[in-house]
Design a protein around this ligand. Structure first.
Ligand SMILES: *Cc1c(COP(=O)(O)O)cnc(C)c1O
Length: 412
């Protein structure tokens, strides 16, 4: 068999929607982006949503929106994709990395230790699709001794009056927290529509706003749409309608708008998300757990508990007691059997750039521990039952052989 890791979901609906865009002769930002933004508000329950050309660019824009600059600190987990740190660096501020809990999400106790007068924001990462402990984090941010440390230095910082909570929801579209959409648990939630994510637009992202009531969401939406288009007050679509050529530049914006040709892909997918795409991922995750639970080397990922439910974006298989080298060997063997797997994530302090700028892996022991025994298995709607069964058999036999246990099932 030949099983890829995370191919995009492209069915006839996607193709039809893209062809419709091409035939309309309007391919950049226009009605499809608007329609995708409306779908995102519906799915996430957010008060406003702005589509952009990546998670990364959206995060840069929102940190700039909040007035983050040199001298500021933003707390992030060490265990994430590099973009979580790079967006902070692009604003001239310092990413302060902290360690994670055993469920792979940022540890609220570590956040508390890292907060000081320079802290302006926290970026939480819903790793693998599992929402962070938002109850603990929101409670922390509202504590008087934490609020007293906050020194507002921009109009938005004064309006919010506390540290901003921005969720990196690149993995967690459709995840639930406290019986509601997980997007409602933070001030700003940013999704990625990169080609490997649960919903894709090839490249893209979406910013969802759930700011407190002192913010006017319609006005913020209007501002962000202009800011995402070089600060230009009329987009090409508006200019194309009649004698509407005159425009103005209002801010030093970014050029990060999403084109309609990309939005069309995501639009066709999001319409099938709740009823087809998300349930089929969940089904595979539960099947993996059901089979692996019989083995003592298996550490089950947190998928659902009393307060939260994952979006089942990644299936992080963790094998108890193995070293990083053993993990790498198991991966080689699985690849040899035709199964492409991955590791989420190489903690940022292990990557050259972050190492050279002073981050040390020893400071994040749990991030290393989790990374060293983790293998992300294929999980996507197009996987057939035979392929899932083959992955399960291959993982069990490979791991058992590796650990020197009989490849046969250990329970009756
Ligand atoms: C994919 C990913 C990103 C970056 O998304 P882009 O849309 O490629 O910019 C950020 N954070 C995490 C955790 C990711 O997995």
């Amino acid at each position: 068999m030949n099983i890829s890791f995370s191919p995009p979901f492209i069915d006839q609906n996607v193709i039809d929607e893209v062809v419709d865009t091409l035939e309309s002769r309007w391919i950049t930002s226009g009605p499809k982006v608007k329609a995708l933004e409306a779908e995102m508000m519906e799915l996430t329950g957010s008060k406003a949503s702005v589509c952009v050309n990546s998670w990364t660019s959206g995060a840069i824009m929102m940190l700039k929106w909040f007035g983050i600059k040199a001298g500021d600190e933003v707390i992030i987990p060490a265990y994430s994709y590099c973009a979580t740190a790079l967006c902070v660096l692009h604003c001239g501020a310092k990413p302060v990395m902290v360690d994670i809990s055993d469920d792979l999400t940022i540890d609220p106790a570590e956040i508390r230790k890292a907060i000081n007068h320079q802290t302006k924001a926290i970026i939480t990462v819903d790793i693998a699709g599992l929402p962070c402990d938002y109850q603990a984090i929101n409670t922390l941010l509202k504590q008087p001794e934490i609020q007293e440390q906050f020194i507002p230095a921009s109009e938005k910082q004064r309006a919010l009056g506390r540290i901003l909570l921005l969720a990196d929801a690149a993995h967690s579209i459709g995840a639930r927290y406290g019986g509601k959409s997980a997007a409602l648990a933070s001030d700003i939630t940013i999704y990625s529509f990169h080609a490997v994510k649960n919903i894709t637009t090839a490249e893209g992202g979406c910013i969802c706003l759930n700011l407190p009531e002192q913010f006017n969401h319609e006005a913020e939406y209007g501002f962000l749409k202009v800011f995402a288009l070089n600060g230009q007050n009329k987009d090409a679509y508006a200019k194309s309608r009649g004698a509407n050529w005159k425009y103005d530049i209002l801010y030093q914006g970014l050029k990060i708008n999403m084109p309609d040709i990309c939005a069309a892909i995501g639009l066709a997918q999001i319409r099938q998300y709740k009823d087809l795409l998300l349930p089929s991922r969940k089904h595979i995750a539960l099947k993996y757990c059901h089979h692996f639970n019989a083995y003592s080397w298996f550490t089950a990922p947190a998928l659902k508990d009393n307060s939260r439910e994952s979006s089942y974006h990644i299936f992080p298989l963790r094998i108890k007691g193995i070293s990083e080298e053993q993990r790498d060997q198991i991966i080689d063997q699985l690849v040899g059997l035709g199964i492409v797997v991955n590791v989420h994530f190489i903690p940022m302090p292990m990557l050259s750039y972050f190492k050279e700028t002073g981050y040390r892996m020893e400071d994040y022991p749990n991030s290393y521990k989790q990374y060293a025994c983790e293998i992300s298995l294929p999980i996507y709607p197009q996987l057939s039952i035979e392929e899932v069964d083959y992955i399960i058999e291959s993982v069990i036999s490979t791991v058992q052989l590796h650990l020197g246990i009989s490849p046969l099932k250990t329970t009756a």
